[in-house]
Design a binder for this molecule. Sequence first.
Ligand SMILES: [Cu+2]
Length: 162
Amino acid sequence: MSRNSDASRTHPTRPDHRADRPPARPDRRRAIAFGAIVIVVLGVGVVLATSDLLGQRGTPTTASAIPVRMSMAGFEPQVITVKAGQTVAIDFWTTDAAPHLQGGVHTFISDELGIREELPAESRRTFTLTAPATPGDYDVYCDTCCGGKASPTMHGIIRVEA
Ligand SMILES: [Cu+2]
């Protein structure tokens, strides 16, 4: 009696099926979860990389600006090199304080190129300079300090290359 009832309960095939199915589900879920994480991580990476590139494209003027420091020692660099016909931004700056300068102003003047820019004491400003089509060395000077135009120290060169 007990044998028969045991045999009817056991049913050898069913437990095996049940044992096979349950492990299959967590594996699928893990695979889907892993896939989702990979997609999210790659997506975030792509967004970050793209936004970084866009950010760099958005600031071309600042990146290509030529820094020119003005002080009692003159222009630094003393030779500013540009290509013929090219428009460049000049990042003009000084750390000189007003008390030891006449009026506290430096200037960036080129009579030949029609440029006349002023720079207040302890300041920084950007202006654009369009190089002429003819290559050569053009004079630039500061006329507001240290002897001004008459002083060789207050002169620089805008070198226009072909
Ligand atoms: Cu000056």
